[in-house]
Write a protein of this length. Structure first.
Length: 221
């Protein structure tokens, strides 16, 4: 079995030593943050990938400085605005907090849970251009609902609804029923302002009590 020799760095090679300094962020241009309070030759630095909090003006930061190797902000030590922060992640994703509010900025967000996903809030708002909702079983309950639609297209194999009171106001109503349309009610009243037409191959009207027809002119046959 061959012996494995440990490779050591040559003694003539001097590795640059990094210095840690404290500084205050005074401004920013692109990816460079301007610093104050550090050594005179250190007036700017970039944010290290490990520093997730985006430095802001007035923040106290910890800077790693290597001569002729650049300077990087390793951490934000204190915030000029304690209630505000932005966590920047690779890929253009950011989480921003301000006064207890959280904002997530990303090109695409995918939430996956192996068991349950719950969202609770006094007010919930969803907005978008296109929306798709798919469920094998859906249960919804609301004390009051108000909806505005431009156009609605629905398809269902079976619909069952139980309503205490139903009030509808429609401009025009058209229905096509292929088989049976049956109404069961205690009382039915139909009020038509202009003309009421019934066309059928066969028509029957039955009453166990009184049948009354009243009009200025009645044509039969």
């Amino acid at each position: 079995m061959q012996n494995l020799n440990r490779l050591t760095a040559s003694s003539d090679f001097a590795e640059p030593q990094a210095r840690m300094v404290y500084a205050c962020v005074t401004g920013r241009i692109d990816t460079w943050f301007f610093l104050n309070g550090a050594s005179p030759e250190l007036d700017r630095a970039q944010r290290a990938a490990s520093c997730l909090i985006e430095p802001e003006r007035g923040d106290k930061v910890l800077v790693s400085h290597v001569e002729e190797g650049g300077a990087y902000i390793l951490a934000v030590l204190s915030r000029a605005e304690p209630d505000k922060a932005e966590l920047v992640l690779p890929g253009g994703v950011a989480l921003q907090t301000e006064a207890g509010a959280l904002t997530v900025r990303a090109r695409k967000i995918d939430l996956q849970a192996s068991e349950d996903a719950t969202m609770q809030a006094p007010n919930v708002t969803l907005g978008g251009i296109n929306g798709i909702v798919r469920f094998q079983r859906l249960e919804a309950a609301a004390q009051k609902m108000r909806a505005h639609f431009g156009a609605v297209h629905g398809m269902a194999q079976s619909v069952t609804s139980v309503v205490g009171r139903l009030v509808q106001r429609v401009g025009d109503s058209l229905r096509w029923i292929d088989d049976v349309d049956e109404t069961r009610a205690g009382r039915v009243r139909v009020q038509v302002e202009d003309r009421f037409d019934i066309n059928a191959r066969h028509a029957s009207m039955r009453a166990t009590g009184q049948v009354k027809i009243d009009g200025e002119k009645i044509d039969l046959g």
